[in-house]
Design a protein around this ligand. Structure first.
Ligand SMILES: [Zn+2]
Length: 492
């Protein structure tokens, strides 16, 4: 197939898959059927098409556009081989229920119920029932993982980790060192503050704490009054328009705010056509995590909606997702910005809130570093029989919270997406420093900030994270900035 045709087909695949995702997650359609879409685009999902791009790269030298397409085709091929399993898992998740002392709870609602349940015994029962279902479906997940791992073999890589490293161009071995260093540098401050927080709020020691405790602790209900559902959209609109930006980007972003029974309670963004048809779906519930997830998705939507429409599809849809995630995180991290909290969330003294919110930030960073270290083992040469225990020990060691082996396949991001998040975390902190330097501590209220953000968003994903860093900083991507701001909040 000609390169132009591949690009056109890939763009049309994106429309189809994003539309399907939008309709099923917004509750406009009952069941999602990804297999049908993959079958319709079978011509894109083959070894031959990947091999022909590899040949073109070796004959003409690797070019960015072709390399981004090659990475996408690998991902598409893996998605195609596991399409039936994915649909089956989605169906099982949507239809499973838990029976908790006579009360029937839909499996998908369990995480929401768990984080709002103050009774520890009840949380334990819910968690155990969830784990039974995860265990039940693990053979299906393992089968899919093995299918994905076999593609590494097919293309002559020693393991799946090597395949991802090669097609993404990210040096995973160097990144592993950064994550290990981060864990050791933040070990003591994390243990101190986490010990204090579990004792103060749950009256348990850190040694006793399990995942059903951390999920409740980090719900942070005591600060709900600062994040009311009714104020979410007007408050966000206030700072977005203060920066000289339009939340709807001249009609490129459509807000879906209607309430529907099957609508996802978590905000999400579906880029059906970049830049001119971006769906932003929201059902405001209130609370910190609702604000964070809406602002995160708005960051994605603004990035997509401001992408230069003349760029080839490879630079509008594909590429290094650390970049789009960095703009999403730049916005959700405003919930950690003392000035934003005072001026937008109307918090007079954010000190206590900032201590807990930064503990959550550090917990999440340590969890993601551990997830990557674990996933590197999962996709490397470690014997699969040792993998569930490796998951449990690596995650427990980093978070100090008892993580059961059962989630060893469930708690995995495909294609090392956790690395994109971690790179985005670093990149957003550099964006933030840059905006403070150029536009002041209140950059989110400065009418000049909008123009600069538009300039950065305009690139879409033509630049990777390393290239984006060069525009905003003289530093390299690392955890230093993040450690600095967490320390500051802890020392209050
Ligand atoms: Zn995101």
């Amino acid at each position: 197939m000609e390169m132009d045709k591949v690009s056109r087909r890939a763009e049309s695949f994106f429309h189809a898959i994003s539309e399907e995702y939008y309709l099923s997650s917004s509750g406009l359609k009952e069941e999602s059927n990804l297999s049908e879409i993959y079958d319709e685009y079978q011509d894109l999902c083959s070894k031959d098409i990947i091999n022909s791009l590899i040949e073109q790269n070796s004959a003409n030298g690797a070019d960015r556009q072709r390399s981004q397409m090659l990475e996408f085709l690998h991902s598409l091929y893996q998605g195609f081989l596991t399409r039936k399993g994915s649909d089956e898992l989605l169906r099982l998740e949507a239809t499973s229920t838990l029976n908790i002392a006579g009360e029937v709870i839909p499996y998908r609602q369990a995480p929401v119920i768990l984080k709002n349940e103050s009774n520890r015994e009840k949380r334990k029962l819910i968690q155990e029932a969830v784990h039974e279902i995860v265990e039940r479906d693990n053979p299906k997940r393992l089968e899919m993982l093995q299918t994905v791992h076999r593609t590494a073999d097919e293309f002559g890589y020693e393991n799946y980790s090597e395949l991802v490293e090669d097609v993404s161009g990210i040096n995973l071995t160097d990144f592993l060192v950064l994550c290990e260093e981060f864990l050791s540098k933040t070990e003591d401050m994390y243990t101190d503050v986490a010990t204090w927080a579990f004792r103060k709020h749950l009256n348990i020691s850190l040694e006793e704490a399990t995942t059903y405790d951390s999920t409740y602790l980090f719900r942070m209900t005591e600060f709900d009054d600062y994040f009311p559902a009714a104020d979410l959209l007007p408050r966000v609109d206030k700072f977005i328009s203060s920066m000289g930006l339009d939340m709807k980007v001249g009609g490129n972003i459509t807000f879906d705010t209607e309430s529907r029974p099957l609508k996802s309670s978590r905000a999400f963004c579906a880029p059906i056509s970049v830049p001119d048809r971006i769906m932003l779906v929201i059902m405001p519930q209130g609370g910190l995590s609702d604000y964070q997830s809406f602002m995160h998705e708005l960051g994605h939507a603004m990035h997509y909606a401001h992408t230069d429409h003349t760029l080839p599809m490879e630079f509008r849809y594909l590429g290094d997702n650390s970049v789009t995630e960095s703009f999403a995180m730049l916005f959700d991290h405003l919930t950690l910005n003392a000035n934003w909290l005072k001026k937008i969330a109307e918090m007079t003294d954010p000190k206590n809130y900032l201590l807990m919110a930064n503990l959550l930030e550090l917990y999440m960073l340590r969890r993601y570093c551990a997830k990557f270290i674990y996933e590197k083992e999962l996709h490397g040469n470690t014997d699969i029989a040792d993998i569930p225990d490796a998951y449990s020990s690596i995650l427990t060691e980093a978070t100090k919270i008892d993580c059961k082996p059962v989630n060893y396949l469930n708690d995995v991001d495909s294609e090392f997406y956790c690395v994109r998040y971690l790179r985005a975390w670093m990149l957003q902190s550099l964006h933030n420093s840059y905006l403070i330097e150029e536009f002041g501590e209140d950059w989110f209220l400065n009418p000049e900030t909008g123009g600069k953000l538009k300039e950065l968003w305009h690139y879409g994903q033509k630049l990777n994270a390393e290239e984006m860093v060069k525009i905003v900083s003289t530093e390299k991507m690392n955890f230093n900035n993040l450690i600095g701001s967490i320390k500051e909040a802890f020392n209050g």
